[in-house]
Design a protein around this ligand. Structure first.
Ligand SMILES: O=C(O)CCC(=O)C(=O)O
Length: 284
């Protein structure tokens, strides 16, 4: 039987040493309302406009709703809409805003490098069993112990909508064996019988979760009638740490032809974030 505990709340205003030591102890930091809600709402609107008619706005409410067939990452609907979402300048720029960098640098304690690969998640109802299985990003991104993930809720997410769930302190045991699994990413790591306590909370628009590269995490199934859960995430590390070259590609660029930087950049107004990693000293 698995048991849930609320996420431990952190505040950016706490002393940096306290936050860093909590991150090292528990493997994550949860910062409610860290990103301005209006910026999340703006990006969500842009995404939902591109997702029509499959996903639409729910009147005045922020939560998007499913208007057609359920789908998940790699389904035909997802493959058709995702290159458009990935092409949004505001999506990539979101992780390069001064506040976001400041938060990453709080964790790294030094200059941070934001991974080029940015992920947008769409968890629709009607796809139980296809949610993100438990995994460690150290495996999926071939990364070392100083890499971390940053996940941002684009709208409020309650218990039925596919929340992100963390296995506290699981980062302390290092990388685990993996096996093939159904669901986003297609890979699952081992979970041991005594690991029954997970940390998870209802989150609100703008809430941020930062987690260690070896933190085991997964998504709950979306059991809602029609609400779609949307969030964004990427990875970062201390500047100069080794970064595996797959992370230089757009997310799913390895299987969708359009998902290449030249295509994605074609309508960007500001070119300063294009290929910003070209001079990074440590790719392998
Ligand atoms: O939001 C999700 O469903 C998965 C997120 C995730 O696995 C990650 O950010 O590493």
């Amino acid at each position: 039987m698995s048991e849930d505990h609320d996420l431990i709340v952190s505040r950016f205003e706490e002393p940096a040493e306290v936050l860093r030591s909590r991150f090292q102890e528990w493997g994550y930091l949860y910062l409610p309302g860290y990103m301005p809600a209006d910026r999340c709402a703006g990006l969500l609107d842009e995404f939902v406009d591109l997702l029509a008619p499959h996903v639409v706005k729910n009147g005045e409410q922020a939560t998007p709703v499913l208007a057609g067939e359920p789908f998940y990452e790699t389904d035909a609907i997802w493959d058709a809409v995702y290159p458009k979402m990935q092409s949004l300048e505001a999506f990539h720029g979101f992780f390069h805003q001064p506040e976001t960098i400041e938060l990453m640098e709080l964790v790294t304690g030094t200059r941070a490098f934001v991974y080029p690969m940015k992920m947008a998640r769409i968890s629709t109802p009607g796809k139980v069993g296809y949610e993100t299985p438990p995994h460690q990003d150290a495996h999926s991104h071939n990364a070392g112990p100083t890499m971390a993930g940053i996940w941002v809720a684009l709208h409020d997410v309650d218990a039925n909508m596919g929340r992100l769930k963390l296995l506290p302190k699981s980062h302390l045991g290092g990388k685990r064996p993996v096996f093939q699994a159904q669901g986003v990413g297609g890979v699952q790591c081992e979970i041991y019988p005594d690991e029954t306590l997970w940390h998870v909370s209802d989150v609100q628009q703008g809430d941020v979760i930062i987690f260690h590269s070896c933190m085991v995490h997964k998504a709950e199934p979306n059991l809602s009638k029609d609400k779609v859960r949307m969030s964004i995430d990427t990875r970062f590390c201390d500047y100069g740490a080794p970064v595996f070259s797959l992370n230089l590609e757009p997310h799913h660029g390895w299987r969708i032809e359009e998902l290449n930087w030249a295509f994605m950049y074609r309508n960007w107004q500001d070119t300063s974030l294009q290929y910003y990693w070209k001079d990074y000293p440590n790719f392998f």
